[in-house]
Design a protein around this ligand. Sequence first.
Ligand code: FUB
Length: 449
Amino acid sequence: MKNYKLFIFGLALIGINTLSAQNPIVRNQFSADPTARVFNGKVYVFPSHDIPTPAEKPGRKDWFCMADYHVFSSENLTDWTDQGMIVSQNKVKWVDSTSYSMWAPDCIERNGKYYFYFPANKNVADANGRKGFGIGVAIADKPEGPYLPLPEPIKGVFGIDPNVFIDKDGQAYLYWAMGNIVVAKLKDNMTELASEPQIIANLPSKGLKEGPFLFERKGIYYLTIPHVENKIERLEYAIGDNPMGPFKMAGVVMDESPMNCWTNHQSFVQYKDQWYLFYHQDAYSPKFDKNRSICADSLFFNADGTIQKVTPTFRGVGVTSATNTIEIDRYSSKSETGSSIAFLDSTNTFKGWKTILKSKSSWVKYNTVDFGKSKLKSFQVKALSEKGSTLQIHLDKIDGPVMAEVKVPKGKSWNTVEAKVSKFQAGIHNLVVVLKDENLVEIDWVQFK
Ligand code: FUB
């Protein structure tokens, strides 16, 4: 906790709010439950903001702990800007400010206003004597805010994980979770229900389901949910021809987390002709899966409208500039043996990872690097090798042309080593880093100049 606070304080002092990232996409804090939206030609992501449990929090210490929300934006899906905090538990009249219960949110635009929906524990009981989770709305003129929270939660809504969908005819629907998945129409003011809440039928009856996210494509309405079919959540979907159903279960979008994160939570967005799935895992906190991190991967549909299963990747989406430091630990693929990744500093996981190559010809491949138009002359690598080792950088594939060969000197500390680029090709290419000997080498990043 102390280290994390110092790290965040350090970032704030030097004013860093731009993050250059693959997966996870948010690298200055924990983040979960991402709702991605396209507003004004940019992608905005509204996640929950997990934090390590502070000592002053009453109740369970090993549970979700969220005090506020940030919004992140990107034009290229590689560089993300943290636009700062938009809603806090201390600033919403109806929220119990000691509850740290600001769970999965959503945001939608209507007539130039941005409506941010969020669940939280109420500080007073409603007319039916219920405290528990309510769902509130905060309204802004811009996606980045400032957002003004309404003084009361939405009447008649008791639950978590709000999701809003506006159909082509202008009718808005609010979905939420409360054991079941519930839907109601919203009035045009977007802050009051226009119909009685109705439980969505035909969804799995066994195992937790939550986190509804509904979208429409080519006349098919996709209702997507995290659901515990086995031991932890996986992402599933149902399809229908009406936003209120009936729906029919149609498949799995993402299997259970390979990192064993108990929850997952999804949103789907089309940006510049490509569909993306946003979700979360616990990459920065493998020992405590209530401190999660959001990710994005490309999503494809079959001709009949069914969804192709998405396998989570480290590489994520977007193009990486060859002149940036390229974190090859966020690889696209790697040799089956002799290659692995590890945290650079396990006491501060936000410092990221290193790649370890340890057997002759072991390799990692990193896709979609933009080499630009003008010749890049030198290649740099930050690496450490106790015995000294040689690395080759191949273009596009493992047996592709050698772009550079670099000797990492023998030693116990990190070195930045430079070599001449012998083969340059302009444009977008994949990169393969191969170990030429058997001497273990750790790599922080590579870069072209
Ligand atoms: O983030 C807290 C809860 O975990 C969310 O509301 C659920 O969807 C699950 O991701």
